[in-house]
Design a protein around this ligand. Structure first.
Ligand code: SF4
Length: 308
């Protein structure tokens, strides 16, 4: 289980969470996670490793027919099995959501200020006088009275993503779930967006495949593989001294400025319908032995691997 920072109670917690898609694929299994007030926990891993599913389960944004079991609490309120009224009451006030593509999040025919004002209208409120401008200014957007009147196509991707963060943070929710918020951005803009997320002061559950960005902004990291957390801990520990073979492979595959060519990860993750025995990484793991193909390791001491 990921432990929050000492002395702080979690604003978001998962206990024994399983997610099964309508076709029977297990997208997440036995997830135990905590996000403490004001900290950033990054979920990292390849595409299809389950990190987005795990994050979206907290905001009730999974496809119809998806089964979620276990417990997910947002500041103590249970999300699993919650009805639409409870979820509506939580969204915006207790938990904000930032998606991958800010252009998709904004109506292209509406001004960006209108998109931010939606954060109030969704709760049947009027934005307070100057509220939209203040929300944008808090995310470092200059001259918000003017820029808020522009349409999304007149904004850069990085600035527009900051506007969606402003909307997500408009009511100071204790938790923000950010699903690959920097995917389409270059390193400088990604840095600005992640700094903006941290500046909200919320506990952030950050989904990312960008280990370099995570290294600069997350307090803790949970490495996901085949719908499980396989290694977790403080960011510097996990990224500087990785213990799991998958974490080491991910880091070796990460392009770095000035470094040589990265080593591509061999093979592909198992499909979510694969319920065979053994470690789910065994087919790709250079350290696999006979036990690895028959016994699935559990997460103990923040590591799911037979070889310690
Ligand atoms: S349990 Fe075995 S196959 Fe799985 S990561 Fe560890 S060494 Fe590799």
């Amino acid at each position: 289980m990921t432990d929050p920072a000492p002395g702080s109670s979690p604003v978001l917690s998962y206990r024994g969470v399983d997610v099964t898609y309508p076709g029977g694929g297990h997208a997440a299994r036995g997830i135990d996670l905590d996000v403490a007030a004001g900290e950033c926990l990054a979920l990292v891993g390849e595409s299809g490793c389950g990190k987005t599913t795990i994050a979206r389960a907290a905001v009730g944004l999974l496809p119809p027919g998806t089964r979620v079991s276990g417990s997910i609490r947002v500041r103590g309120v249970e999300v699993v099995g919650a009805g639409p009224r409870t979820l509506r009451a939580l969204r915006g006030r207790a938990i904000g959501y930032v998606g991958q593509d800010p252009y998709a999040a904004c109506n292209p025919l509406h001004r960006v200020g209108g998109h931010v004002a939606e954060a109030w209208r969704a709760l049947a409120l009027r934005p307070p006088p100057g509220g939209v401008g203040s929300a944008l200014a808090a995310l470092g957007i200059a001259d918000p009275a003017v820029t808020a009147r522009r349409h999304p196509h007149e904004w850069s991707g990085g600035m527009l993503q900051r506007a969606t963060i402003a909307a997500a943070a408009a009511h100071d929710p204790p938790v923000i779930v950010a699903d690959e918020p920097t995917t389409a951005l270059d390193a400088d803009r990604a840095d600005g967006v992640l700094a903006g997320l941290r500046a909200t002061g919320a506990g952030v559950l950050l989904v990312s495949h960008d280990l370099l960005a995570v290294a600069g902004h997350a307090d803790r990291v949970a490495v996901c593989y085949a719908g499980r957390v396989v290694e977790t801990g403080p960011t510097a520990d996990v990224l500087d001294r990785p213990r799991h073979p998958y974490t080491r492979a991910l880091l070796a595959a990460t392009p770095r400025p000035g470094a040589g060519l990265p080593e591509p990860l061999p093979g592909t993750p198992p499909p979510p319908t694969d319920t065979g025995p053994g470690c789910p990484f065994a087919q790709r793991c250079p350290e696999a032995d006979a036990d690895c193909h028959t016994l699935a390791p559990g997460l103990e001491d923040d590591l799911a691997c037979h070889h310690r």
